[in-house]
Write a protein of this length. Structure first.
Lengths: 273, 299
């Protein structure tokens, strides 16, 4: 590079220098454009690839994770692996596939402790607070519980049983006399560990864990739920709140917001609206 | 000058194979040794070193991190965390001592691939290429990777970096990354000599910037013994770094190779039958018999 000064002495070599530099910069700029677009395409994580606990949102994660694999090594269950080139996950970044090996939700979260860069947020100290993804009972046509059977496996294996997945009784209209126990996922407690997906007895799991942004809906920010506002205000916001009259057969009464339909003092299941 | 079958043939005749390859052997020992340390865990269950070159933990206490990767992370807008920073500071300190691009020739696993390509190229007599590819390209690529990191918010070069892909691949499973390594090999073999390491790789460019101030350097201390056999030029991956030191005696330039692109590989020491070169420090650069000032040199 020291010879650059000498080259510039003659106008011909100065021109050559400018041409060379322009060519180099142009070529590198083209490469950079390609890299920019490739980086953008890599930011779309496939739905079946789940990041380790505490992983930052995908965009930030790719700016923080150095692909060192220390989290992979410290996972006692060999859940995590580093993406190989060819897999549609950013090369070298850690992920797991719930259907193959789910997260065992270690209490001490060794993967987060191992991370040297904070790509796995060290602020995550309770594994129950992890949000690796969100389970969704995505196929109601094949889920055995939806067919009226008592499979319940996803519910039973859930490490946050009764909080992350609960079984909600529903009338079975097919038989007309049985109850279906519908697995319902609650995002307040689901960590996205993937045990439900792993253990679903079907050939293809009916319940699956998806990255949070795919699985979770979001209310319009201007939405206000009337019943909550009413509770907050302590009174109806539209006045006056007329009390509903129930026309019930003799021996029945209805407790609004409480036990529902009551016959002779005994509780009856009633479909909630 | 008698024609030689390959660079270093005369040194081998005079000193024997072992002594004429001692720095090469030391480098291979270092490169493979580091690789083996990383592989002992996954293959043998002996976890002395975990992770990979991007970030690792040795014996459970010593963190080492690649400063170039962290620099991209910084440009991507990520708040750097202490463990990785400490690791990077240790690495920077180390290479300031042993020579920035010592990373390239003593640690980087791709070096073995490109050295093989260069040797094969020389043996097969493949010439040409390289006129369009300029050595400064790597610095432009280095700047580009930081810009793309900034623009995309990601550690951009890690999506395609053959160095980390290869090292990670050997330890964690290679996937299709071997195609990238094969591409580098073919590039070096057919397109241009040391096209990757000497012209394009931004990792090497980054470490060369560190090397601008590094301590350990190769010196042509006995340059008056040089018989212009050209072996060092033929073997050197960055031959442009040699002339100022080797032929600068008349201009009053010291014998130490100060160019940051010298990788401290020591091949010139190996192949020189006259023992012109040796390892030294940047401060050992006095010229015997009248020292000219820098301005006099330039004019």
């Amino acid at each position: 590079m020291g010879s650059v000064g000498e080259k510039l002495k003659s106008p011909v070599s100065r021109r050559q220098f400018l041409i060379d530099t322009t060519q180099t910069v142009g070529g590198v700029a083209l490469l950079g454009l390609g890299l920019f677009h490739y980086a953008g395409s890599q930011a779309s994580l496939p739905a079946d690839a789940i990041r380790p606990p505490g992983a930052l949102a995908e965009k930030e994660f790719l700016g923080a994770c150095v692909r060192c694999g220390l989290c992979v090594r410290d996972c006692p269950y060999d859940t995590l692996s580093l993406a190989k080139l060819g897999r549609n996950v950013a090369t070298g970044s850690p992920y797991f596939t719930a259907r193959k090996v789910p997260c065992e939700m270690c209490d001490d979260i060794p993967c987060v402790k191992a991370c040297p860069t904070g790509a796995l947020d060290p602020g995550l100290t309770k594994i129950d607070d992890a949000r690796m993804g969100l389970a969704v009972l995505i196929d109601q046509e094949t889920c055995l519980n939806y067919l009226g059977l008592r499979c319940d496996v996803c519910y039973r294996v859930c490490p946050v049983i009764d909080k992350a997945i609960s079984l909600e009784p529903r009338h079975n209209p097919r038989t007309g006399k049985h109850t279906m126990f519908i697995p319902v996922v609650h995002s307040d407690h689901c960590t996205g560990c993937g045990k439900c997906e792993r253990s679903c007895v079907l050939e293809q799991a009916a319940i699956k864990v998806f990255p949070y942004h795919l699985a979770k809906g979001e209310l319009g920010h201007h939405y206000r739920l009337g019943w909550e506002e009413k509770q907050k205000a302590g009174d109806s916001l539209v006045s006056p709140d007329t009390e509903h009259k129930y026309n019930l057969p003799e021996g029945f009464e209805y407790e609004h917001g409480g036990r529902g339909l009551i016959r002779d003092g005994a509780m009856q299941p009633e479909k909630q609206k | 000058m008698s024609q030689q079958p390959y660079p270093g043939a005369r040194a081998r005749e005079e000193r024997g194979w072992l002594l004429a390859n001692r720095w090469l052997l030391a480098r291979r020992f270092s490169q493979l040794g580091i690789l083996i340390l990383f592989l002992l865990g996954p293959l043998g269950g002996i976890w002395l070193v975990t992770g990979n070159l991007n970030s690792s933990l040795t014996l459970g206490v010593l963190p080492l991190s690649d400063p170039y990767v962290l620099l991209q992370s910084f440009f991507a807008g990520h708040q750097l965390v202490s463990t990785a920073l400490v690791g990077a500071v240790i690495v920077v300190g180390f290479y300031l001592l042993v020579g920035g691009r010592a990373y390239c020739s003593w640690v980087c696993p791709v070096n073995m691939v490109t050295d093989a390509a260069a040797m094969l190229r020389q043996r097969l007599g493949i010439k040409g290429g390289g006129t369009r590819l300029r050595r400064v390209t790597r610095y432009w690529i280095l700047a580009m990777t930081l810009l793309v990191s900034l623009a995309s918010g990601t550690i951009a070069w890690e999506f395609v970096n053959p160095v980390s892909m290869f090292h990670r691949g050997l330890i964690f499973g290679i996937g299709l990354a071997w195609t990238i390594i094969a591409a580098v090999f073919l590039l070096d073999l057919f397109v241009s000599r040391y096209a990757w390491c000497g012209h394009l790789c931004p990792v090497g460019a980054f470490y060369s910037l560190l090397g601008k101030y590094s301590l350990v350097r190769v010196s042509a201390a006995a340059r008056d013994r040089c018989d212009d056999c050209m072996d060092c030029f033929q073997i050197c991956p960055e031959p442009q770094v040699i002339p100022p030191a080797l032929r600068g005696a008349e201009k009053g330039v010291g014998p130490v190779i100060l160019s940051p692109n010298c990788t401290n590989c020591g091949r010139c020491i190996d192949v020189c039958s006259k023992n012109v070169f040796g390892f030294s420090t940047r401060f050992n650069n006095s010229t015997p018999g009248g020292v000219m000032s820098r301005t006099e040199v330039a004019s």
